[in-house]
Design a protein. Structure first.
Length: 320
């Protein structure tokens, strides 16, 4: 696969995504190129527009990482203090909040008590009582190495909200969405109506359920528009130009080397070649965000079909 010229992108999106909906932004410095393709509801043939809302899945983890960096700067939490300081009932959980943000806590990918008999909307009913109960019966790995954990980021979101004496909805709204003007972003909660939310699809075109979250919202509950995600990416680019220490720069600081080519920050994957990224996927959506701070480039790709879009995103962020 090769990256297309900008004039070829509309045709290229059609070749790769068919009639599924796609919203794509390529930011180069002060200029942005935006592309909308396909349908937010394939069956109804409703076109994707600037108002279309997508589930961004695990790209949400970069936002939780940023909230951690912000909480550290506000002295609400310490990155090296054990979790048991914040949740004393979990006295066997001695990993730090930074370990949660870098997938080095020793926690499994999913809670031990998460019901997996119905995967159509697996996180919808998993509440805080269940989260704490599952953690009490979970013994973290004593010498943890990298293990991707939705449980870890769900827990991190809960701790950050509790330390701020807010709900996670309030925390992310007050410290991220409102300051950046992300007026069409929120957390997908059960029974919450979200206007203009796209219909999710499997790769074969079958429509599936939208996902909602309770206690594990930090793992992937954010829904957003392309315009809001551009504001999010642009905030990182602007912060990088200033060279000042900020929550943005702290969240991108490499914390662990995962391989010769890849490191991890607070939620962000960091390529040794010089760009930062994360992807996301739910039952019927896929997403990608990439940042090249040196070239002041960002790529955001949102789609309402569950296929891997990482290669497409990397082609665009590394395009000469």
């Amino acid at each position: 696969m090769t990256a297309p010229d900008f004039t070829q992108i509309p045709e290229w999106l059609g070749q790769h995504f068919g009639s599924f909906g796609v919203a794509l932004a390529i930011i180069d410095g002060e200029q942005s190129k935006v592309f909308y393709h396909g349908f937010s509801d394939v069956a109804a043939k409703t076109p994707v527009t600037a108002n279309t809302v997508f589930e961004i899945g695990s790209v949400s983890k970069t936002m939780i990482g940023l909230l951690l960096a912000d909480a550290v700067q506000q002295n609400e939490v310490g990155v090296t203090e054990p979790l048991s300081k914040y949740l004393p009932q979990l006295n066997q959980h001695n990993y730090s909040l930074l370990a949660l943000a870098t997938h080095h806590s020793g926690l499994p990918r999913l809670p031990v008590n998460l019901p997996l008999d119905d995967l159509r909307n697996p996180y919808r009913d998993y509440n805080q009582t269940m989260l704490l109960s599952g953690l009490v019966s979970t013994t973290p790995v004593k010498t943890p190495r990298y293990e991707y954990s939705n449980l870890g980021f769900g827990l991190l979101g809960q701790v950050l909200a509790a330390q701020a004496k807010l709900t996670l909805d309030q925390l992310i709204q007050q410290r991220l969405f409102a300051p950046l003007g992300m007026t069409n972003s929120s957390l997908a909660r059960p029974h919450r109506e979200i206007s203009h939310l796209a219909t999710p699809h499997q790769a074969d075109g079958t429509a599936v359920e939208n996902w909602q979250f309770l206690a594990l919202a930090g793992a992937g509950a954010v829904v957003s528009t392309l315009a809001d995600m551009q504001k999010y990416a642009q905030a990182y680019l602007v912060a990088a130009k200033s060279n000042a220490e900020s929550s943005f720069s702290l969240s991108l600081k490499p914390q662990h080397q995962l391989s010769p080519q890849l490191a991890i920050g607070m939620g962000w994957m960091i390529e040794n070649s010089g760009f930062y990224w994360h992807n996301g996927q739910t039952a019927g959506f896929s997403s990608y965000i990439g940042l090249d701070l040196q070239r002041q480039r960002a790529v955001i790709l949102l789609t309402n079909v569950a296929i891997d879009v990482t290669e497409v995103g990397e082609l665009l962020i590394t395009k000469p």
